[in-house]
Design a protein around this ligand. Structure first.
Ligand code: OFO
Length: 168
């Protein structure tokens, strides 16, 4: 495997792992704050991020590289409210989209068309990830606090209706 590609994929493994940690921390906060549906959504999201991490690990190893499993920094544990949580989700997903684009850029420069093909799944996935976060933020902005209870009940249904793209 081309060294520069292996290096950036290993950086991505760490980022996907942090994504999982971040959403796990948000899920735990939501669970202890009374938002059952939102916490479920975030727990599922944390699992998905772990699957993304595994997808990169397997790919690097199968292509003759070596996946590196590194220490993950502690994510934030306290949030002002649900809106802040999803604003942070969106910000984080935009950051991940930028890093996937960087992988695409390196693959093009190195003419690594195999990895370029592999990473297309993530390019499509990021469109979905950002879209889901934006949709929830839009709904949160429309709602008053009393209606948050209804959104909390509905949020898993929104997820189910959203996409099959997230399955690995
Ligand atoms: Fe792995 O897509 Fe979100 O971070």
């Amino acid at each position: 495997m081309i060294k520069s590609v292996e290096k950036i994929l290993n950086i991505q493994i760490e980022k996907e792992s942090y994504s999982s940690h971040l959403y796990l921390s948000m899920a735990s906060w939501a669970e202890t704050t009374g938002y059952e549906g939102i916490s479920q959504w975030l727990y599922v999201q944390a699992e998905e991020e772990r699957l993304h991490m595994l997808k990169f690990i397997h790919y690097v190893n199968e292509r003759g590289g070596n996946s590196l499993i590194s220490a993950i920094k502690t994510p934030p544990a306290k949030f002002k409210d649900v809106l802040e949580v999803f604003q942070q989700v969106l910000k984080h997903e935009e950051f991940i989209t930028a890093s996937i684009n960087e992988i695409v850029d390196i693959c093009n420069k190195e003419k690594d068309f195999t990895t370029l093909n592999f990473v297309q799944w993530f390019v499509a996935e990021q469109i979905q990830e950002e879209k889901s976060a934006r949709a929830i933020i839009d709904k949160l902005k429309l709602l008053g606090k009393q209606n948050l209870y209804l959104l909390d009940k509905d949020i898993m249904a929104m997820r189910a209706a959203a996409e099959p793209a997230a399955t690995v």
